[in-house]
Design a binder for this molecule. Sequence first.
Ligand code: IMP
Length: 293
Amino acid sequence: MNMKQLEPGSRLVVASHNPGKVWEIKELIAPYGFDAVSAGDLNLAEPEETETTFDGNARLKALAAAGSGLPALADDSGLEIDALDGAPGVYSARWAGPGKDFALAMQRVHDALAEKGAWDGLPPRANFISVLCLAWPTGEHRLFEGRVYGTLRWPPRGGNGFGYDPIFVPDGETRTFGEMEPAAKYAISHRTRAFDAFKRDCLEHVPRTAATGKGGRDLEALDAAARNLSTEAELAKFITHLRDDLARNGTTWSARDLASFLAALESAAASADVPDAEPRWRTLARLLLAASR
Ligand code: IMP
């Protein structure tokens, strides 16, 4: 079939409201010169994920965002655990509850596996899966799938990444995704593999632009990290990123010494809007970032 092509410089909607995923997808498509805008930036409503398959939900989200008049790229992803018959699967995000608390979701995974005695022998097998859907305003769309296989560990380890990363060890590795540097995770991740399939089909004709080092603060990455973390290990890692940022870009921080940083933290805390169910480590990370801006 002759698929409509994306032209270099096209504007693309990343159909997600999850800042961690939007950031990852933007990073993946940036070298092709696409101008990516998130569904959140366009104030598009977040459709309810009513389908029971990854394909179905990815399609539903991409078609909804393509209603904006721009081609849209959506991803639906999750963790499938063999001993739980594929759960949490399409419900991976929902296992974290309204506060998107993945410390809670990982505990639920642990407990469900403990109930089945699945921690007793070899580590339980699992895979992450990502399905990407590229949809056009005309309704035309294509699906691409990627998986990464591995095993689960308890207790969670590492403060990188997001979601279930701290309990997942990809095959051939000893570290969890939460312990691996982001670049090492992206090199093998389910999303990268789905994206590779997308690239093979849709981007071969698009020349890669030279990687441009982003000058200044990568506030989008810091914001995505702050808004996704759930555990104290992830907060500690976030603080490491913030310190690196201070070392590199401290002259652009609005609060440059401890007294002004604490004053900024005080006013961020006083005016903080803290959703009831938000994990407290995430609240702290958000406030620290706000104080640095
Ligand atoms: P959705 O694709 O937004 O419906 O949700 C996917 C959910 O799967 C996320 O909220 C995470 O819980 C989980 N997930 C997907 N990809 C990853 C990953 O790379 N690391 C850890 N968890 C992931």
